[in-house]
Design a protein around this ligand. Structure first.
Ligand SMILES: [Zn+2]
Ligand SMILES: [Zn+2]
Length: 264
């Protein structure tokens, strides 16, 4: 199994996942051209993308969705509420490109997909676990808070892409953000802050997670250093050593991430 975060942040999100014989994307939040460019940089023919899983209808997750799917005949999987919310934004699609996610696990060829609900200010928001044989990776971004139930969904993943959106102090002190926007981000339907991410990572260490990619970092209200500091301090406070126990990576907005190969 191979995985690569092609872009992450409020200007566009997309992750490439490859099973034994099937290639999929999670979200298509860059323009079609930018998606094609980033895929070709990592040696992937855009025409080989079988399907796209959609987390929710916000523009940073669906910007190039319709155009990419039409150009490359990809199937799209989304929750019915997400379909109705993005219907007017993504343009016409063939009937055989439209698939609903109804809360049950499903297969895309040999890849098994399990979805779980996230609390966010969209019509619906999903996280995903993706299985190829005995290998599992998970992704959870765009969530206002995290529950033990979500953490159980992430358990036993070799790699978890997990939101670390903002540092609360930096957000509160940001003079460019109106109070209403701050409240939206901080709310239970907003985005996950570094401390909540770090507390979740601490729990995941006990659930067999081997690596995380911190994702959807706010460019103004966060930095890789602040994320790592929160993670290190939280794990150390509980008697652990982050570097020894977990591989940590940070997804970027304007840079293609590392390509991970998950072996059984
Ligand atoms: Zn987003
Ligand atoms: Zn969102």
């Amino acid at each position: 199994m191979r995985i690569c975060v092609l872009a992450s942040g409020s200007k566009g999100n997309c992750t490439f996942v490859e099973g034994e014989n099937t290639r999929i994307l999670i979200d298509a939040g860059l323009t079609k051209n930018e998606l094609e460019t980033r895929l070709s940089v990592i040696g992937i023919d855009p025409n080989s993308i079988d399907s796209i899983l959609v987390t929710h209808e916000h523009n940073d997750h669906i910007k190039g969705l319709g155009a990419f799917a039409r150009a490359h005949n990809s199937k799209i999987y989304a929750h019915p509420d997400t379909w109705s919310a993005m219907e007017g934004k993504i343009g016409a699609l063939e009937l055989n490109q439209r698939f609903g996610i109804y809360g049950k696990d499903f297969y895309i060829n040999e890849i098994a997909v399990s979805s779980f609900d996230l609390s966010h200010d969209s019509k619906h928001c999903l996280g995903f676990s993706i299985y190829d044989g005995n290998k599992k990776i998970s992704s959870a971004t765009d969530l206002g808070y995290i529950t033990d139930d979500i953490i159980k969904h992430l358990a036993d993943s070799s790699l978890v892409i997990l939101e670390a959106n903002h540092d609360i102090t930096r957000l509160m002190q940001n003079p460019h953000y109106p109070m209403q926007l701050k409240q939206r981000i901080l709310s239970k339907q907003g985005h996950l802050n570094n401390q909540d991410t770090a507390n979740s990572v601490l729990k995941m260490l006990g659930y067999g997670v081997r690596g995380i990619i911190a994702a959807h970092l706010s460019e103004e209200n966060n930095s890789p250093e602040l994320v790592l500091q929160a993670l290190n301090e939280t794990v150390a406070k509980n008697g652990g050593n982050l570097a020894r126990e977990l591989h940590v990576d940070i997804a970027k907005q304007d840079q293609i991430g590392n390509i991970y190969r998950i072996k059984s």
